[in-house]
Design a protein around this ligand. Sequence first.
Ligand code: NAP
Length: 283
Amino acid sequence: MEKIGFIGLGNMGYPMAKNLERAGFHLSVYNRTPSKSAGFEVTTTVCTTIAELVHHSDVIFTMLTDDRAVKEVYEAILQLELVGKLFVDMSTISREASVAISHALSVKGASFLDAPVAGSTVPAAEGTLIIMVGGQQPDFQRALPYLKTMGKTIKHLGEQGKGLAAKIAINYFLATIYQGLAEMVLFSDKLGIDRETMLDIVNGSASGSGATRVKTPMLLTNRFEPAFSLDLMLKDLRLAKDAGADFPIGDTLLSTFSAASKAGYGADDVMGILQYLNREWSK
Ligand code: NAP
């Protein structure tokens, strides 16, 4: 049985690693902030360095914030003995950074897949993420049994960077849903419609979706604890812009999310965009 490693135990990485543990794989985990590695079974090895984790693992998953985090972690990895190992980066980062890491790893005799995910912390915990993969077919086949413990839909989209291309596109759409939902809620508030009733109508109609339903409790309580932070969505809108999303809504989203982040809402959930819109536009 191959030995599995997981680096990055944040909101997403922790429940994803737990699914690998539950499936019975020989697992090692590492997180930069050690306190987030608590709660694993004794069968899982909690590593204190990246080098220790890589040494103990054949197939290594990474789930990190952004280009900068991924580059820092892989710079450390690239100093190590890597022949025959497979790395699977599940973070949402630029295709350029991902392809550059893939090339650097291949020089060291290792393989690489980009495998970003759609779905937030609940699908991550339930193992029902949608996983979009770019890279070589044999590497995809090698990663598949592990990816199946984390996702319900796993699509191999082609060469390196293709998984990220699909991920950047779907998050562009998701941002339009969240800002649209926030604006609709503020608008219906203004028209004197009870918020719970309005959201019932939306969620029962053709305009309702998993995205609107999952954010409904936040909109009813006005509490925006982050499942997916506003700053992460801002990062993804910038990735979309850099990848060529030159459309009218894209520019509007980018300016609204940038301003909301600057105004101090970046660490809130993405749905917290409502707070910024309420402050600036509902006067
Ligand atoms: P998160 O909770 O902020 O976790 C980020 C992880 O990256 C943490 O483990 C953090 O370690 C680690 N990290 C950051 N910088 C690092 C560095 N320089 N060196 C080592 N480790 C570093 O983020 P998340 O919500 O899990 O998201 C992770 C990725 O998945 C992002 O690319 C995001 O866009 C994507 N994603 C998120 C969701 C969602 O709903 N949250 C859904 C789909 C995709 P520390 O604990 O030490 O800070």
